[in-house]
Design a protein around this ligand. Structure first.
Ligand code: ADP
Ligand code: MG
Length: 323
């Protein structure tokens, strides 16, 4: 069983940022309104996530680390969707099999919380503990027992940049959630719950950055496209500041980048990519997210129409600038 968990870990856990993603999504599922992330040494020494979600009682906590333990499949339809939804019920089992893992959790109705310790899939302890309502997970020494995988971890700075990028994406996708990121004991972001994109972007960058952006607002019978776009002539030499969300989920799709390139043609040809925060809404039947459960690449039913819509949305936003 430990071997199976380790193999599953290879699929779920690629690097510290993928651990963080799984934990973050669990916190969202738990209804958290505040999620605090801490990493040390690019997540290689510590990744911890603390949320104020529903928490777990002792039995639920013990179950949560078993393989295929999920509280999230409630119908047969869910079972059919299992592949689109990711590796159901495997994340905690997998993560705790390749790290020193601590879970501290308490639901509102209990006075005492539970602390569970696991190391490399080996159960160490389960004790009562005083703690706030919610859940805290600490992952130390990722891959300490899988040297081959540990070797594949990149330099601290590289792992950290993946973590930071993921944090930014999550922060933009969930402005209604308070979030913080602490790196090597230093608070890097502390974002209040705000619920609006202007505040979130201003917090992540700064307000004058936000004020330079053009507002995007477009809709037709298939697509609703909103967000913000940087002025032509601005932008970085890579796509780091280009964020795309499809039906609220981070997505990457070549067709969207092509559309952006077209709209910004002159600038992009000079090797600059203006900042873009693009939120695209459409009927679920028009998008296929099931390309691969851990990849965020999506496919669209009508890629040409979507490309035209994005180009239109962008040029509308850009043309206001000239008025
Ligand atoms: P999945 O998310 O696919 O159900 P996981 O292995 O990620 O599988 O989590 C297993 C279970 O542990 C979840 O179904 C949930 O019941 C519980 N759980 C995990 N994280 C949290 C959390 N932060 N708060 C409350 N419950 C959690
Ligand atoms: Mg999960």
């Amino acid at each position: 069983d430990q071997v199976i968990n380790k193999i599953a870990a290879g699929e779920v856990v690629e690097r510290p940022a993928s651990v963080m993603k799984e934990l973050f999504e669990n916190s969202l599922d738990a209804g958290a309104t505040q999620i605090d992330v801490e990493v040390i040494r690019g997540g290689r020494q510590l990744i911890s996530i603390t949320d104020n979600g529903c928490g777990m009682n002792r039995d639920q906590a013990l179950l949560s680390i078993e393989r295929h333990a999920t509280s999230k499949i409630r119908s047969e339809a869910d079972i059919e969707n299992i592949h689109t939804m990711g590796f159901r019920g495997e994340a905690l089992a997998a993560i705790s099999s390749v790290s020193r893992f601590t879970l501290i959790t308490r639901p509102e109705e209990n006075l005492a919380g539970t602390e569970i310790q696991i190391a490399g899939g080996k159960f160490l302890s389960c004790e009562d503990i005083g703690c706030p309502v919610g859940t805290r997970m600490e992952i130390r020494n990722l891959f300490f027992n899988v040297p081959a995988r540990r070797k594949f971890l990149r330099a601290e700075q590289t792992e950290l940049s993946h973590i930071r990028q993921l944090f930014l994406v999550m922060a933009l996708a969930h402005p209604d959630i308070g979030m913080s990121l602490k790196v090597d004991e230093r608070m890097v972001y502390s974002l209040p719950m705000s619920g609006n994109m202007e505040d979130r972007i201003s917090e992540l960058y700064n307000h004058s950055f936000f004020e330079q952006l053009l507002e995007i607002s477009y809709s037709d019978s298939d697509y609703r496209i909103t967000g913000y776009a940087g002025l032509p002539q601005t932008g970085r030499k890579d796509r780091q500041d280009q964020y795309i969300f499809v039906n609220g989920r981070p997505a990457s799709a070549p067709v969207v980048f092509h559309a952006l390139n077209e709209a910004y043609h002159a600038v992009v040809s000079k090797g600059r990519y203006p900042a873009v925060f693009l939120f695209i809404e459409m009927e679920p039947s028009l998008v296929d997210v099931n390309v691969h459960p851990t990849k965020k690449e999506v496919r669209f039913r009508k890629p040409n129409q979507l490309r035209d819509a994005i180009a239109e949305a962008l040029s509308k936003a850009l043309s206001f600038q000239n008025e």
